[in-house]
Design a protein around this ligand. Structure first.
Ligand SMILES: Cc1cc2nc3c(=O)[nH]c(=O)nc-3n(C[C@H](O)[C@H](O)[C@H](O)COP(=O)(O)OP(=O)(O)OC[C@H]3O[C@@H](n4cnc5c(N)ncnc54)[C@H](O)[C@@H]3O)c2cc1C
Ligand code: FES
Length: 335
């Protein structure tokens, strides 16, 4: 049986059955409530039940002491509805509402998907989940104080592992290790989530997603998040690489496009002759759209691509405020 859940003060409503934790039901409906462990241990998802009956589920006393329970508080990651309920809780509208944390993680899997790209998945300690917005990144904290940034390639609803797309930088210290001596089960430490590259969900404008190489990682997260939350704004994904091997997950965007009429996919190669589009990926957008004034653009990849895209799209009418980008800039030697 499905119950109606109302959130205060926003007034948002969604449904939850008796087996689905209220947090999960809210996330499934596209409403982001704060959370950490999703296991009744950290208290991050705590809120007040203003009206209705719930089952608290298996929560730890330290996270929800008896006095708080009596006062109507609950941990929404464990609590399930037993009637229509009204909950008082904060909703995460922007990155500033999500705590930035330092967490250890274990390398769960290293999967070579191209000569110079490894998909790395990380497992967090038991009782920990990373809350983030699709498009954000983490920074590995290396032993010598250096940091290396990588975008999260999975969408927030799919948060069992943190997945990254790591390109090998020739001579690179960290990526050299990833492609050389790193083994599954290695322990790393990172800080995150970071960055303000995420979808503006208040807009109704059609979306252009532009990815260069492993810039596909946050674009994938944004696309999967938009699909999961039922955003049906027209969305065109341009993914550029030198050759077909560089489109290392080439089967995925066509699947999105085949399943959703509002999604289009345009792969573009700069250095290989094929029967698809040729040239620089950011130029392909301009070949298809002479006037960008009605769009939002989300771009991710090498700094040169981002700089050129920004200048050329604004010249084609895109309002500067509608260009969102994460530039894969890198640490200068010695930093
Ligand atoms: C916000 C953000 C998100 C990022 N997300 C991703 C991601 O999802 N996937 C990904 O593959 N990369 C990503 N990057 C780039 C990534 O952080 C760097 O490639 C990485 O830090 C290189 O580390 P390294 O220790 O191997 O190289 P270093 O030892 O730091 O550098 C070795 C040499 O290569 C140069 N160099 C370093 N990085 C690059 C680069 N990217 N391109 C060209 N030359 C470089 C350096 O200047 C130096 O001369 C991101 C960068 C930022 C800022
Ligand atoms: S998310 Fe940690 S207690 Fe609910």
């Amino acid at each position: 049986m499905a119950f109606t859940v109302t959130l205060r003060p926003s007034g948002h409503t969604f449904t939850a059955d008796a087996d689905t934790p209220l947090l999960q039901a809210a996330l499934d409906a596209g409403f982001t409530l704060p959370y950490g462990c999703r296991n009744g241990a950290c208290g991050s998802c705590k809120g007040k039940v203003l009206d209705g009956e719930i089952d608290h589920g298996k929560v730890q006393d330290s996270a929800l002491p008896a006095a708080e329970r009596t006062a109507g508080m609950a941990l929404f990651c464990c609590a399930t509805a037993r009637s229509d309920v009204t909950l008082e809780c904060r909703e995460v509208g922007a990155a500033k509402d999500i705590p930035i944390r330092i967490l250890p993680c274990r390398v769960h899997k290293l999967e070579r998907v191209a000569d110079d790209v490894i998909v790395m998945s990380l497992r967090l300690p038991t009782n920990e989940r990373l809350q983030f917005l699709a498009g954000q990144y983490i920074e590995f904290m290396l032993k010598d104080g250096k940091r290396r940034a990588f975008s999260i390639a999975n969408a927030p609803h799919d948060d069992e592992l943190v997945t990254l797309h790591v390109r090998h930088v020739p001579g690179g210290e960290f990526t050299g290790h990833v492609f050389g001596t790193m083994k599954e089960k290695e322990i790393l430490r990172f800080q995150g989530p970071l960055g303000s590259f995420f979808l503006d969900e208040s807009s109704q404008k059609p979306i252009i997603l532009l990815a260069g190489g492993t810039g596909f990682a946050p674009i994938k997260a944004i696309a999967e998040h938009a699909i999961h939350t039922g955003i049906t704004r027209p969305m065109t994904i341009y993914w550029g690489a030198r050759d077909q091997a560089g489109l290392y997950l080439s089967a995925l965007p066509p699947q999105w496009a085949a399943a959703h009429a509002h999604i289009r996919y345009v792969p573009v190669l700069s250095d290989e002759n094929w029967d698809g589009r040729r040239g620089l990926v950011h130029r392909a957008v301009l070949e298809d759209h002479t006037d960008l004034s009605a769009f939002q653009v989300y771009a991710c990849g090498a700094p040169a691509m981002i700089d050129a895209a920004r200048a050329d799209y604004i010249a084609a009418g895109l309002p500067a405020t509608e260009f969102f980008a994460d530039s894969f800039s890198f640490a200068t030697p010695g930093s």
